[in-house]
Write a protein that binds this ligand. Structure first.
Ligand code: SF4
Length: 485
């Protein structure tokens, strides 16, 4: 992954996001609404849990035999008149797409359903050749006009309200204020008029895909607006960039995900548009079809016993909508294409930059993400494992415990908690030591490295009488036959 557009690490980006009250209101409004609808949509199906386990089993089987199914996909796509390209990483994928676009001699392409192309920053790479990529998904278009990255997998403009979107459209579409209200239908209409012109002029389209069916070489996108269908049918050349984990063996397997994905993501029984394309067909659809299969760190993730389950993800975004951290800081704080709980485990494995080591800490480990995941990814366990790796790496860099403040503090805590006697002694010491920093029963402005804790939290002071002391006195009083209070 070459996404370096947001250089701030999470611990700096998150406090800034928390300061933005409008952002928090927008996020809370949308995540709560989708969350409630998803719960209703999944509760309607008596076999939801069986579908969830079926999705998990299909993905695990496919991942164990990934080479077989990818080769089958390649054979079928080429038999149907398409071309398959293999890309080891973002640079190679971008080089391939740039070459294909340059061969068509165009200066503008239309794009849809393209998280994978966002992951490799394809728009930036095309811009180096003077090619403008127009996002055609409405929410993607909004964040593109705002010159921001998406902040949600499904609702990339979740952080923007109607008034903000109207201001963007007035500027971008050259409209006067009386020509556009902030009514959702008016905003959608303005975007539609702009996009239709682009669709009719475009000779090259670039798409992502939700799935690819190996048995027939068919690629599939599910979407809500119909813009994806425009992209995949109108232009002469279609280039699809697909992460290698998106392949499924058969149509029968796909049937499971076409039930679980819409209900998990938009809380719909069936999504409005499901488009399939298999190679090329004379007189119908694109005349040239290229499928770029991207590794981009997926093979290394596949080789990892714990992390492998991450590749089951079907990008439904349900885990984002229930995550208390995502709800408060939004997607930009994660500094990656994939935010929220899935981003916290996927980004460190795919991208592996030093700043990604703190993403697995962006979680309360409450487990809500695991409960809603339609392919039963045990996100909390993977988060804990990734945290362990971060600690191991830090210990390797600082072999002496005293050289690492966190390590030294945790070792001290482990020693104090090891026996009741030590715990009580530590508690007595802390009770004496806390006095200079206690105000009205709360510890404030702790010194040194402890300041990081008290800056962001109200930490109650250790009480004068500990529960254990109270309990001992109570039992002693009871034995004496006195008042236990
Ligand atoms: S991890 Fe699960 S819940 Fe989250 S986006 Fe992926 S499939 Fe959906």
């Amino acid at each position: 992954m070459s996404d370096a557009r947001i250089p701030l690490p999470f611990h700096e980006a998150a406090p800034a996001a928390l300061e933005d009250g409008q952002l928090r209101r927008n996020l809370a409004h949308v995540t709560h609404a989708i969350r409630a609808k998803r719960a209703d949509a999944t509760a309607e199906l008596p076999d939801w849990e069986a579908l969830r386990q079926a999705g998990k089993a299909i993905k695990d089987h496919t991942l164990r035999n990934l080479g077989t199914y990818l080769r089958r996909l390649e054979t079928r796509v080429e038999a149907a008149g398409g071309h398959v390209h293999w890309a080891r990483d973002a640079d190679e994928a971008n080089r391939i797409v740039r070459r294909l676009v340059a061969a068509e001699g165009v200066r503008e392409v239309v794009k849809v359903k393209s998280m994978t192309t966002d992951e490799i920053d394809l728009n930036g790479a095309l811009a180096e050749d003077g090619v403008v990529a127009i996002e055609t998904d409405l929410a993607e278009l909004i964040v593109q006009l705002a010159e921001e990255p998406p902040s949600h997998i499904l609702v990339p403009a979740i952080h923007k309200n109607r008034a903000e979107i109207r201001r963007l459209f007035l500027d971008a579409f050259d409209l006067t204020p009386d020509q556009l209200s902030d009514d959702p239908a008016a905003l959608a209409g303005a975007a539609r008029r702009f996009l239709r012109e682009r669709f009719l002029e475009a000779r090259v389209a670039i798409s992502g895909a939700n799935f690819a069916v190996a048995e027939t070489g068919t690629t599939c996108i599910v979407e809500s607006e119909g813009n994806g269908r425009m992209c995949t049918t109108l232009p002469e050349t279609l280039i699809t960039v697909l992460g290698i984990e998106k392949v499924v063996p058969t149509w029968r397997d796909l049937e499971v995900f076409l039930q679980t994905l819409p209900r998990s993501s938009t809380a719909e029984r069936m999504n409005p548009y499901t488009s399939f394309w298999t190679g090329v067909h004379g007189g119908d659809g694109p005349r040239h079809f290229h499928l770029v299969l991207l590794d981009g760190g997926r093979s290394a993730t596949l080789a990892d016993d714990v992390g492998r389950a991450t590749l089951r993800c079907i990008r439904c975004s349900a885990c984002l909508n229930v995550c208390p951290i995502y709800e408060r800081v939004g997607g930009h704080a994660y500094g990656s294409t994939y935010p929220g709980p899935i981003g916290a485990i996927l980004t460190p494995q795919l991208r592996g930059e030093p700043r990604d080591g703190e993403l697995p800490y962006a979680s309360t480990l409450c487990g809500a993400c695991y409960d809603v995941c339609p392919v039963a990814i045990d996100i909390p366990s993977i988060l804990v494992d990734l945290r362990r790796r971060t600690v191991d790496a830090r210990r390797a860099a600082h072999p002496l415990p005293a050289a690492d403040a966190v390590d030294a503090a945790l070792r001290g805590a482990a020693a104090a908690f090891a026996t009741p006697r030590r715990y009580e002694a530590a508690q007595r010491l802390a009770r004496l030591g806390q006095a200079p920093w206690v105000r009205k029963g709360v510890l404030r402005n702790l010194p040194g490295p402890l300041a990081g804790w008290s800056d962001a939290r109200d930490l109650r002071a250790i009480p004068r009488r500990a529960f254990r002391d109270w309990w001992r006195d109570r039992e002693a009083a009871r034995e004496r036959g006195g008042d236990p209070a």
